[in-house]
Design a protein around this ligand. Structure first.
Ligand SMILES: [Zn+2]
Length: 291
């Protein structure tokens, strides 16, 4: 990869420039330096591929086979994989997870529903008929397949980065937005969540699923943890950093189950909605009284 296609990032959560801070050397491959922000604790890739590289050669459907081959190569890894599967199985026995389309059907009002990073549209295809499926997808080939499916239901797919496309819809357009295995891939997660906050209806819901960097499996597996995919995964959320970023982007956390916030969970599911804001006139009144 040439230097012009690699971008430098400030901390996506607090915007601190950590260029002089040390890398997390136990996890970082040579080309993709992982940093933990000393100000806010967020873990992220500091140098990242640009969107063109992400769309063409680093999309998950291109890197899936190589990732599994490397992860399963070592015998010790196979033992650890069995331990990790047992931990996940124990969690699932406590609570059966609903699918994303089932959660939308239960929580969102009928109307337009957006899948950010929709791929070939398999998740949109499962939505019940009261929803009009829309998607954002950075890969033109996958978007073309998804477009054929959603067009018959009155929806559309936009070929653009999520952080850009979310700002192109009218305010309050969607009753539901899905971000499943998307936000960890997005180089501008703050802009993406701000876009979701403006595109959601007043009673709309945003459902997020991301890997949990705070999981015990990350400590157990080290660099071979299933949540590490370099450079596909650029953001590594813990329960605290995910909730903080949502709140700072104009969202209110509606559901964040305690089981998802435990270290036994490799993944986190969070349901958010638009935060209530005081009318400008009321805010001015309160400010004047305080003075
Ligand atoms: Zn930070």
């Amino acid at each position: 990869m040439n230097a012009s296609s690699v971008l430098h990032r400030e901390c996506p959560l607090c915007r601190r420039d950590n260029v002089r801070e040390p890398i997390l050397s136990s996890y970082s491959p040579t080309d993709w330096d992982l940093k933990q922000c000393p100000a806010c604790g967020f873990v992220y890739l500091e140098s990242i591929p640009d969107y063109a590289q992400t769309a063409q050669t680093l999309a998950w459907d291109h890197t899936f086979v190589a990732w599994h081959a490397e992860r399963d190569r070592a015998p010790a890894q196979q033992v650890l994989s069995r331990i990790g599967r047992n931990i996940r199985l124990g969690t699932h026995l406590v609570r059966k997870r609903r699918r994303m389309d089932e959660m939308i059907a239960a929580l969102a009002a009928p109307g337009p529903v957006l899948d950010v990073g929709c791929g070939k549209g398999s998740q949109l295809a499962k939505l019940p008929p009261q929803f009009i499926p829309y998607g954002i997808e950075i890969s033109p080939g996958q978007a073309e397949i998804a477009q054929r499916m959603v067009a018959s239901r009155g929806g559309a797919i936009r070929v653009t980065p999520g952080a850009t496309g979310l700002h192109e819809f009218p305010p309050g357009f969607f009753t539901g937005i899905m971000m499943r295995s998307y936000l960890e891939h997005e180089s501008r997660p703050r802009e993406a969540l701000e876009g979701a906050a403006q595109a959601l209806a007043a009673d709309g819901v945003l459902i997020i699923k991301v890997p949990n960097y705070g999981s015990v499996n990350r400590r157990l597996f080290g660099r071979r943890w299933c949540g590490f995919r370099f450079p596909d995964h650029m953001n590594y959320f813990t329960p605290a950093t995910l909730a903080r970023l949502c709140t700072e982007c104009g969202l209110a956390v509606r559901e964040f189950a305690w089981l998802d916030r435990l270290p036994t969970s490799d993944n986190m599911w969070l349901v958010a909605q638009r935060a209530c804001r005081k009318p400008a006139s009321l805010s001015a009144h309160v400010t004047n009284r305080a003075m």
